[in-house]
Design a protein around this ligand. Structure first.
Ligand code: SF4
Length: 336
């Protein structure tokens, strides 16, 4: 998918998000919640030093007091030991944010509340912004989409949509594609870039489908990723858009917006996928993937995101304020 176009080199802004997110959580001005509440409580319960007893007015009263009552009173006149010893209660350490990736990999822990709340806000906002987001590749049958997705690496969806019908018309199924001369496949897909490697992967994946899966594209992610040239992104794309199964297609756009919106702190797409799998309801995985990719293309671009036009006001990406000022100064002419 074109989602991969202009990828890594343009992700500088996105990768900075995790650090600043951690910084924001530990910044004095942002401290709150349990830590602040405990600090307030500690101040409220700190004992005050007892006031010294008033001096006796009469000479008789000025004598040292010997009675039990007097002794008690004299004791009370001194600052109590407990008052001296009592130190302000140390505020409890703030709970560390849940490491969602580890949680997902472990399969048991829940995401932190803040991440879960952010995920809910993102889902609601995306439903308003991109209600009809869909896969930009036109092929929909499993083999056609598999081939198109392999072609889409470092290539635009438009280019793939122009090339894949011709390739699939010549070699419509795995058996025909596996038997196709490599030069013939390369000639058809040349304009998609990396055409030798893509032709090799398409032909070898077709052979594997014939040899190991009876000529049918497998439906399970674990099986799809065993095919040459098929990673988790391609496998999830085929699962979601050809088989109608839940799939989180973490391309460069979805990875970037997940980091900027505080849904993941990872660069590794597999770890981002694991984070999202915990935060996003399974029934929403496919649509959320399309919505995230749409947002990454429309507003949350890799370079110079259009924060001034983005309605996701809860976004705390550290570059957001600067981008908003920059856009305001330029009269928001960027992006049309
Ligand atoms: S405000 Fe919007 S465009 Fe800007 S970084 Fe956040 S999500 Fe992206």
């Amino acid at each position: 998918m074109a989602a991969t176009k202009g990828m890594d080199a343009t992700q500088a802004g996105g990768t900075s998000a995790p650090d600043s997110d951690k910084a924001a959580r530990s910044a004095p001005g942002r401290r709150g919640g349990p830590e602040a509440a405990l600090e307030e409580t500690a101040l409220a319960v700190t004992p005050k030093p007892t006031k010294p007893a008033k001096a006796a007015k009469s000479a008789e009263a000025a004598k040292p007091l010997k009675s039990a009552k007097s002794a008690k009173a004299a004791k009370a006149a001194k600052p109590t030991k407990s008052a001296k010893a009592a130190k302000p209660t140390k505020p409890a350490k703030a709970a560390k944010p849940t490491k969602t990736a580890k949680s997902a990999e472990g399969g048991t822990a829940q995401p932190s509340l803040s991440a879960a709340v952010r995920a809910g806000l993102v889902l609601a906002a995306f439903d308003g912004l991109y209600p009809d987001a869909d896969c930009a590749l036109s092929e929909r049958d499993p083999f056609g989409l598999l081939v198109a997705t392999i072609l889409s690496a470092q290539c635009t969806d438009q280019r793939v949509n122009a090339v894949s019908p011709r390739l699939l018309a010549a070699y419509p199924g795995p058996a025909q594609m596996a038997a196709a001369p490599s030069g013939a496949v390369e000639d058809i897909i040349r304009s998609c870039g990396f055409f030798r490697m893509k032709a090799k992967n398409i032909r070898e994946a077709s052979s594997a489908i014939c040899e190991r899966f009876g000529g049918e594209v497998p439906r399970a992610l674990e099986e799809l990723v065993t095919l040459p040239g098929v990673g988790r992104k391609t496998a999830n794309c085929v699962m979601a858009n050809a088989f109608g199964l839940p799939g989180l297609t973490v391309d460069t756009h979805l990875g970037r917006i997940s980091r900027r919106l505080g849904l993941s702190s990872h660069d590794d797409p597999a770890k981002v996928e694991a984070d999202l799998a915990v935060l996003i309801p399974r029934s929403r995985w496919s649509l959320f993937s399309h919505q995230g990719i749409a947002h990454g293309r429309a507003l949350c671009r890799s370079q110079r995101p259009l924060c001034g036009r983005c309605p996701l006001a809860f976004c705390d990406w550290p570059g957001r304020e600067a981008r908003m000022r920059d856009q305001a100064a330029k009269g928001e002419v960027e992006g049309g």
